[in-house]
Design a protein. Structure first.
Length: 238
């Protein structure tokens, strides 16, 4: 069993979806303190903080550099053992409107840059940074090319910050979940059924199966792993 006893973490986009499950997984693994952010849904953040001990929440808009910088300044030099970036959106569509493309890129791509740039200095030496990508980065996505493009961009960001933070011993890795049980998967319906049929395991993934890989990348078990991309997709065959 992976233990993160006594450690502190900051989860960006932790109030809903996979981020919410990751927050709970960190606490269950023994984290001393797990802070997370939300953007619009304060109610979800409040509910999570009530349900899960040793957590706290902050509002941030990852698309706005000044908002992320304000969060960094708020912590006033406080350091974390790990930073996990989960914030992301998708506006599905085979032929999306330009505004939809821009919105997805703003959150998934530029938002990830803002988080990496302004918040990675808060990670302790020998700590760990984990970005949450998507299997669509390498499958192309059946209907959302703009989403695929935004997640594929994380490969370059991951490599850059792995090199940038290596002198401090900070490890940086990118995790690509495949099709995982979620509200988003429920809405996608037939598309998810088709894609999970292409996996070697022949099924959709469970959130806890992604969390296990996140915990591995945050733990000492991955102390010699950095600049890597881990696919947690059930053996998705493109």
């Amino acid at each position: 069993m992976i233990t993160l006893s006594g450690r502190t973490y900051l989860v960006i986009g932790g109030s809903r979806g996979l981020g919410r499950v990751i927050v709970r997984g960190l606490v269950e693994a023994g984290a001393k303190n797990t802070l997370f952010t939300y953007y619009r849904n304060e109610g979800a953040a409040v509910d999570l903080a009530k349900l899960v001990p040793r957590t706290g929440y902050y509002q941030v808009n990852v698309c706005k550099a000044h908002s992320v910088l304000q969060l960094a300044e708020y912590f006033n030099g406080e350091k974390f053992d790990g930073l996990i970036h989960c914030a992301g959106i998708n506006i599905p569509g085979l032929d999306p409107e330009p505004m939809a493309v821009q919105a997805v890129m703003d959150v998934n791509c530029y938002g990830a840059w803002n988080v990496a740039y302004y918040l990675s200095p808060l990670v302790k030496d020998e700590g760990s940074v984990v970005f949450i990508g998507s299997s669509s980065a390498y499958t192309g996505g059946p209907t959302s090319g703009h989403y695929s493009m935004s997640k594929a961009a994380l490969s370059g960001l991951n490599t850059h910050f792995a090199k940038r933070l290596a002198p401090r011993g900070v490890r940086v890795n990118l995790l690509h979940p495949g099709y995982i049980e979620s509200e988003m998967a429920d809405k996608a319906g037939p598309v998810v059924q088709e894609m999970t049929g292409r996996t070697l395991l022949g099924r959709i993934g469970k959130p806890k199966e992604v969390v296990g890989s996140v915990l591995f990348l945050l733990s000492d078990l991955s102390s010699y792993v950095t600049g890597q991309e881990l696919r947690v997709d059930g053996g998705l065959v493109v």
